[in-house]
Design a protein around this ligand. Structure first.
Ligand code: ADP
Ligand code: MG
Length: 362
């Protein structure tokens, strides 16, 4: 099974964007989500692995061999891109069988394999149709079949779930999981953090052409390397507020002070608080765990509510601070409330660089 490695790989397009020098090692049995906002370099990474882009610097290795000069078809990769990449004049059957045709396999021998792949991806009934005659989700399934029919060890998906309606998306997701279980190395690029969190064994989190963190989903969620990752992961993401450490173990936020569980060096910090680490305070809550806030509005989502609050006076509170609540009773718009903060779960970041401050880093 293949490993994929980037050694100092960069790709900068005219205009200055792309991928800055990157080191990356993806193990044989991994299911990696390359995740980040639009324009962060996800497709560039996928295309570099597929051989559709050449790196400006560095080496790309598959299974320990440098593949910079190896063409796409000889790299052992299959690739699925966002809808539209099927050959529009060919039927679904011909599309799925296309890689076999290119590999010189005779029509009679292709048929059986195409049928098997088609039934696996639940598109056996539409094999005679052209891409314009099938749904977006079916096109994606056909494309997945085409990308995997040669049984390439590496399968790459670039935003492959985008535009598929939710019930179809589940079946494509399941096929991705199956491919991984069967021993393929799977990489998928997505701008959806929840898709990435839910599906992968490891996240490669990108912003502006630079990897911000490589970690298992829950590790990145609980111990984000920096404020970008903290805010990007989660729905809603981590709340980030300006504050400062005062004394040894107190954290000033606006007019309130929280008690920190461990002593930190004094100075300005960015304070990270997850929406689920906050609740409406009770009368017995120690005031060193409380922030005074005002309710802006409440999103009632059924299973939970997202309460949006502001701190301080009406004109100073620009931060949209979110609280996840399952309480039936939620505050009304404009109501003043006391929030209890789980101070043991508060994270601190350097206010200038955004790097997370760990107990031994400062
Ligand atoms: P993502 O897939 O994360 O949305 P891309 O990898 O496609 O991002 O692009 C990364 C950055 O490089 C973006 O700013 C994009 O506009 C730029 N870019 C991508 N391809 C080209 C190209 N062929 N020419 C110039 N700029 C490009
Ligand atoms: Mg892209």
């Amino acid at each position: 099974m293949p490993t994929i490695e980037f050694r100092n790989v960069s790709k900068i397009y005219e205009g200055g964007d792309g991928l800055h020098p990157t080191d990356l090692l993806i193990g044989a049995d991994e299911f990696v989500a390359v995740v980040g906002p639009s324009g962060s370099g996800k497709s560039t990474i996928i295309r570099l692995i597929a051989g559709l882009e050449r790196p400006d610097t560095g080496e790309i290795l598959i299974d320990g061999d440098v593949v910079n000069d190896i063409p796409t078809h000889a790299r052992g990769v299959g690739m699925v891109v966002t809808t539209g990449a099927l050959y529009s004049t060919l039927t679904a059957e011909a599309n799925i069988g296309f890689p076999l045709r290119i590999a010189g396999i005779r029509a009679a021998d292709r048929k059986g394999r195409v049928r098997k792949t088609a039934s696996r991806f639940s598109v056996a009934s539409i094999l005679g149709r052209k891409p314009s005659e099938i749904s977006v989700g079916e096109r994606q399934l056909v494309a997945t079949g085409r990308a995997t029919i040669r049984d390439t060890p590496i399968v790459l998906f670039d935003e492959a779930l985008t535009g598929i309606d939710p019930h179809r998306r589940e079946s494509v997701k399941n096929e991705l999981r199956t491919l991984h279980r069967e021993g393929h190395t799977v990489l998928f690029a997505t701008n959806s953090q929840d898709e990435a969190m839910a599906m992968s064994t490891r996240l490669v989190i990108l912003e502006a052409g630079r990897i911000q963190q490589i970690a298992a989903p829950l590790d990145a969620y609980r111990e984000p390397a920096n404020a970008f990752v903290a805010g990007f992961l989660g729905d809603p993401g981590m709340n980030l507020l300006a504050g400062s450490v005062v004394g040894q173990d107190r954290l000033a936020i606006g007019d309130d002070e929280l008690e920190l569980p461990a002593s930190r060096d004094p100075g300005p910090v960015l304070v990270g608080i997850r929406p689920e680490h906050v609740r409406i305070a009770r009368p017995s809550t120690p005031f060193r765990r409380c922030l005074h806030a005002r309710t802006i509005h409440v999103e009632r989502l059924g299973a939970e509510n997202i309460i949006h609050v502001a701190f301080g006076s009406a004109d100073s509170g620009s931060v949209d601070f979110k609280v996840r609540s399952r309480d039936r009773n939620v505050p009304i718009q404009g109501e003043d409330i006391e929030l209890e903060i789980e101070t043991e779960n508060v994270l601190l970041f350097e206010s200038d660089t955004g790097q997370r401050i760990t107990s031994d880093s400062r």
